[in-house]
Write a protein that binds this ligand. Structure first.
Ligand code: PLP
Length: 273
């Protein structure tokens, strides 16, 4: 089955939620995208943990964790290699603005990505850049600024954007984490910048530690990335994806990126079985 709403399997063409739902009208809701390999979900528990954190910050009630897990597993089982998206809307309908939230679980094909990404450094004045606020760390449906940065990058011939704070600190991509390697040290923006606590980032940093690759998390300006030996992007959808261009600077895919990609693939194989 490709779509479930509130646990009910539905024909994808018949699967609908109200046009009055605040998830649609205001981007008021939360989501997760979970990778399925051969019909089994990778890091599902970490995704459910983050979904619960997002829900708590947004004052959204979730169904039982076991139910959400079972719905995601059912969609994955039929979907093979795919992405399973879990979307929780605020709810609302014409008759009753307080109608309950809806939980949509749906199948998506894996993305068709280039071997190496070209990313466009882009100012992100909407981002808190680490100034604490009530939704820091929540994965909400309000992605319009991120998608606009992505679209602008595409229009200018890049694959994606690399977001930079008002103070000039490197944040993340619109839908990915950024890492780079200088003199064998892996550097990546720290979570206290208010970037998403990426699950691929957690797994990759664990693998780096096992491989003895030193990791530094902090606040870095763009020149630090431009001066690196290798750069790569991380996300559930992109896995570990080499970055071949940042602005005008080209990069080769380096040995640390390759080593970590192999380790990541081995980790997936070990967890998926
Ligand atoms: C803003 C942002 N940063 C990073 C990521 C990567 O997170 P994950 O590795 O959990 O997919 C995402 C994923 O959607 C994202 O939206």
């Amino acid at each position: 089955m490709r779509v479930m709403i509130d646990g009910r399997p539905l024909d994808p063409h018949q699967a609908t939620i109200s046009v009055f739902d605040w998830g649609l009208l205001r981007g008021d809701g939360i989501f997760e995208a979970v990778r399925s390999y051969r019909g089994r979900l990778f890091q599902l528990e970490a995704h459910l943990d983050r979904l619960e954190r997002s829900a708590a910050l947004m004052h959204l009630e979730l169904p039982r964790r076991d139910d959400v897990a079972a719905w995601a597993a059912a969609v994955a089982a039929d979907g093979g290699d795919c992405v399973v998206r879990i979307v929780v809307t605020r709810g609302g309908s014409e008759a009753d603005v307080a109608a309950p939230s809806r939980v949509v679980v749906l199948w998506e094909p894996t993305a068709d990505l280039p071997d190496r990404l070209a990313v466009r450094p882009t100012a992100a004045p909407w981002h808190s850049g680490g100034i604490p606020w009530e939704l820091m760390g929540a994965k909400t449906l309000s992605y319009a600024p991120n998608m606009s940065a992505w679209r602008k990058a595409r229009l200018e011939g890049y694959d994606d954007a690399l977001l930079i704070t008002r103070d000039g600190f490197v944040l993340e991509g619109p839908t990915f984490t950024i890492c780079w390697v200088t003199d064998g040290v892996l550097e990546t923006p720290s979570l206290d910048l208010g970037i998403l606590a990426s699950i691929t980032r957690t797994v990759t940093l664990q693998e780096a530690e096992k491989l003895g690759v030193p990791v530094r998390e902090g606040r870095y300006t763009l020149d630090r990335v431009l001066g690196a030996d290798e750069v790569f992007a991380l996300s559930t959808v992109k896995e570990i994806k080499p970055v071949g261009r940042v602005g005008a600077r080209d990069f080769e895919t380096g040995p640390v990126t390759k080593e970590l990609s192999d380790a990541f693939a081995a980790r997936v194989a070990a967890e998926i079985g």
